[in-house]
Design a protein around this ligand. Sequence first.
Ligand SMILES: [Zn+2]
Length: 176
Amino acid sequence: MTISETQRQTLLNMVEDIAGPEVKKVAIVLLDSEEETTDEIIAEELDIKLNNVRKALYRLYDIQLASFRRIRDKNSGWFLYLWKIHPERIDDIISTRRKEVLNKIKMRLEFEESQMFFQSNCEHYTRISFQDAMVFEFVCPECGEKFEPFENEVIINALKLRKDELVNLIKAKNGA
Ligand SMILES: [Zn+2]
């Protein structure tokens, strides 16, 4: 299937985001192939180790962006794996991914809001839990610097903002 340049960019950005630059390279080869492709052809084209290509392919399979078909090579009798990318699944994958990220943000937010943190003015403890700070009697065990409350309001606000953004994106998608 053909996809627009924007869709292609969205897809590749997401792949890089989730799985890294090497998997992205493999995804590009798959997108540019007219037909199904084998791991060997991809390895040759990219000059990447076959093993790494396989790992990348399974990563794409794992996020449901690629599928494979196994056939027996008539000459060698060995199995060949023919890989194919499914750009049409991108919307579903993105919305699943957004929900996962939203859950992580919610958990992190709960963590940030339910705890008190401390920090020392020295470089030894940039952030420490209330319980740990208490164990050290609120002074740095390395240099004796006092611990002070660590304000995590900025973090909390940033998380809330991201949470709202995601909630709106998910709502918009469901409404469409
Ligand atoms: Zn210190």
